[in-house]
Write a protein that binds this ligand. Structure first.
Ligand code: 5RP
Length: 232
């Protein structure tokens, strides 16, 4: 949201088009809704539009599983039941945004610090529909700093290991604590030619809770907002 606000003051027309693209992508995701579904719901400004659209269809669904306190609050404000993943079991559909998306539907996520719960729900879901505006599309992931959630006591250890393993610059997202009580390192300066390998390597570092690369379990469908929305 901060990035959108900054853009809005510098390029008002472009920023307004970007928020409209997010809304159009979010509304298109309703095509994947089926009656009596429990829907997995991600986090972020694009997902906020999806939750608002879901609110209008709430009579059709059995509830939602939420990836963050932020999304939970918005779902509840629409009167949508928020259920525990442990109680629901596997989900048919997960809808979430992304910070970057490559042509293979591999993603960088975690700009909103919700990556761990997002990854859990994506894994538990049969179909992951990712909703983005066109600014999120890249040929190679890494322009957006890669978020990594870490156990607080391991922050500096993990940062040193990340530097060794990737050559990227880990920066502590100071002042941010995740819904799980952990911290975030954002890795700057990467060009991720093999997202599956990097995800695997970073996942193995002791102290890493999860990595914001969604490559092994990537999106099944990507909706890019526009008039009309396009599908990858
Ligand atoms: C949150 C995320 C979001 O999906 C990602 O940051 C995109 O957010 P937005 O829709 O606000 O651009 O991964 O952890």
């Amino acid at each position: 949201m901060r990035a959108v606000a900054a853009l809005q003051s510098r390029f008002p027309e472009r920023a307004i088009a970007m928020t409209e693209a997010k809304r159009l992508a979010a509304e298109k995701a309703l095509d994947y809704l089926e009656d009596d579904m429990i829907v997995g719901v991600g986090t972020g400004s694009t997902v906020a539009y999806f939750i608002d659209a879901l609110g209008r269809e709430k009579h059709r669904i059995a509830g939602a599983v939420s990836s963050s306190e932020q999304s939970t609050a918005r779902l509840k404000s629409h009167g949508i039941d928020v259920l525990e993943l442990n109680a629901t079991g596997p989900l048919a559909l997960y809808v979430d945004g992304a910070d970057e998306c490559d042509p293979h539907k591999c993603l960088i996520k975690g700009g909103g610090a919700a990556l761990t719960r997002e990854k859990i729900i994506a894994e538990a879901s049969e179909t992951f529909v990712c909703i983005i505006d066109p600014s999120k599309q890249v040929d190679v992931l890494g322009r957006f700093p890669l978020p990594v959630e870490v156990v607080p006591m391991a922050r500096s250890l993990v940062a040193r290991e990340i530097l060794k393993a990737t050559g990227g610059q880990p920066v502590w997202r100071d002042g941010v604590t995740t819904d799980n009580g952990n911290w975030i390192l954002d890795i700057h300066g990467l060009s991720i030619s093999d997202p599956v390998a990097m995800e695997r390597e970073l996942n193995q570092l002791p102290g890493v809770v999860s990595v914001g690369l969604f490559a092994r379990r990537r999106a099944d469908v990507v909706i890019v907002g526009g008039e009309p929305p396009t599908l990858l």
